[in-house]
Design a protein around this ligand. Sequence first.
Ligand code: FAD
Ligand code: NAI
Length: 467
Amino acid sequence: MPSYDLIVIGTGPGGYVCAIRAAQLGMKVAVVEKEKTFGGTCLNIGCIPSKAMLHTSELFDEAGHAFAKMGIKVGTPALDLPAMLRFKDEGVEGNVKGVAFLFRKNKIEAHNGVGRIAAPGKVEVTAARGPSTVLEAKAIVIATGSDVAQLQGITIDEKRIVSSTGALSLEKVPRHLLVVGAGVIGLELGSVWRRLGAQVTVVEFLDRILPGIDTEVARQFHRILEKQGIGFKLASKVAAIDSNDLMLKVTIEPVAGGTAFDLDADVALVAIGRVPYTEGLGLEAIGLKLDNRGRIPVDGRFATSVPGIYAIGDVIAGPMLAHKAEDEGIAVAEIIAGKAGHVNYDVIPNVIYTSPEVASVGKTEEELRAADVTYNVGKFPFTANGRAKANQQTDGFVKILADARTDRVLGVHIVGSDAGNMIAEAAIAMEFGAAAEDIARTCHAHPTLPEAVKEAALAVDKRAIHM
Ligand code: FAD
Ligand code: NAI
């Protein structure tokens, strides 16, 4: 029976990073993956293909609407959707091949098939064809990720009623795309198809978009998306989708009660969240119980209730983000190797890759108020930033929340072009326990968008220069 120090089940960003770090630390490592390619949701059907489509559709939109104003004459751009989808697939292929290369480089043995934990220290791998094999290890890390949350009574066929997976490969631009859920997927993929020519309507259960994001940021972003032409039906739910005709008939009901109405759409995207994935792992048989949301409970060292079995990533509590899964993968490998692995959950950045982008790290104003923390706010709009004005990309602002007593930065929230790159500066500052004053006194290159971060830090002390 093949024997290892560590077996990792699942090769998403949590699993593959964990395997590499464990191999670096001298462990003999195997990974088990049920899909044909490595990289999990993120590389195959998540972060990577969605960012490729956001990139290409943004350029398409700019070519059609912004180039002429900049003095670039290209005529009306024509969409070659099959080529755009190929470009996306090539990006995915490059990434998943990269993981296979890293496994070889680090002498990690990969086993294809569904992994089931037959007993602590034993994983049975069942491939699509051929007999199953049993592997042995001192430690097992479960990194099986998450799957699409289903809308009750509505069947996803990935053609007309799609999840994010189908929405990343539509063969035709829908005339009307109805999105259920104004969360990250709904707004990112809604933006993609709006830019490619679809009418987009987003139906959201709550009375706001992006729950969890700072309310002021979400409000401004909502206005920007409406200006771009995305329609919203807030405080509404989809009661039924009738797919008997050529067009889908979507019945929408106000959450508070009242008259339902129908909308016609050619494609409906269900994006109401994701759920932890533990199917086929055989957890019940080994006495490992899930929590009330289907997640695997772990302690501060990622250990489950069964000795020798750990869990990380989307399958445990916390934000369902690739970089959170990666950091947990590194931490758990270090813990298993007897080192001090650690993840700082107070400083996990969150980025929505729309145009403009939305990025945040740390606490929102609502969270600080709920925790009775007194704080100062420093805000700076991109309308007053030289580079943003030069590029005519002035939507949005930077907001810094700092402790009123100590000036320590507690949260940074940005709506604006390139916000996703700018938030890294805030994360580093917070990781080092910086005060707003520290950011304010750091020399920022001119002319750059991050100067708005410095100005927001100055604004905490009411001394922004360009405002
Ligand atoms: P996953 O990536 O889900 O990987 C789990 C792996 O385990 C899969 O390969 C699965 O096949 C395998 N597996 C499951 N069960 C078994 C079994 N029994 N045996 C063998 N293998 C098994 N996050 C970001 O941070 N940034 C983004 O821009 C971003 N964009 C996204 C866009 C979309 C459309 C979606 C859907 C998600 C996006 N995410 C993004 C979220 C991100 O993809 C996840 O947080 C991340 O993939 C979680 O990593 P993971 O390793 O926990 O699990
Ligand atoms: P989400 O949790 O971000 O948003 C779901 C939205 O659907 C919420 O606004 C919720 O109120 C709403 N909703 C729930 N039930 C509803 C119903 N019945 N009718 C109408 N609205 C309903 O989930 P989403 O967008 O599906 O994304 C899943 C996960 O993937 C997220 O948790 C996110 O962490 C991750 N992701 C991250 C990305 C990034 O980092 N850029 C990009 C895409 C996904």
